[in-house]
Design a protein around this ligand. Structure first.
Ligand SMILES: [Zn+2]
Ligand SMILES: [Zn+2]
Length: 149
């Protein structure tokens, strides 16, 4: 992940920002291996030694610089590193346990491009989030449902 870290420092430098302790700590939280998208609350909990106000300011800067992006889930959102750091991907979000699972793309990207081009449109970016119930929660719901009969 040292490449991602170098890229991060480059983006800050390009825009005239220095790599303060808070900025590096917040980036490190987002770029932990296997890190899932985070709510602000989770980000604050997982970023030690940086105060809440600095984390909020840092996230606002990161969003403005395109370092992190929001994933909208209904009227709430989570944050993750933008596509320049992590490979472009989509999520399946479980409505019960709130887990986010990375969707394996298949032909999705190709189809989006083709449909856009069919409408004489040049696509630049897109977000696609799918909400539903994960396998474990489907089982739970079946058990809970059976119990009330
Ligand atoms: Zn679930
Ligand atoms: Zn996509």
């Amino acid at each position: 992940m040292s490449n991602a870290h170098d890229l991060f420092l480059d983006v800050l430098k390009q825009h005239g920002y220095s790599h303060t302790k808070a900025r590096v700590a917040v980036f490190d939280t987002f770029s932990k291996p296997g890190q899932e998208p985070l709510t602000m609350h989770e980000l604050v909990e997982q970023t030690h030694s940086v105060d809440r106000a600095s984390i909020y300011r840092t996230v606002a800067l990161f969003e403005a610089l395109g370092i992190v992006q929001r994933i909208h889930i209904g009227w709430k959102y989570k944050l993750e590193l933008s596509d320049i750091f992590a490979n472009h991907h989509h999520h399946l979000t479980c409505l019960d346990c709130k887990r986010m699972i990375e969707l394996s793309e298949g032909d999705l990207e190709v189809i989006i491009k083709r449909l856009s081009h069919d409408m004489h449109f040049t696509p630049v970016s897109h977000q696609l989030e799918i909400q539903g119930y994960c396998q474990a929660c489907q089982k739970q719901r079946r058990i809970a449902g059976a119990g009330t009969n």
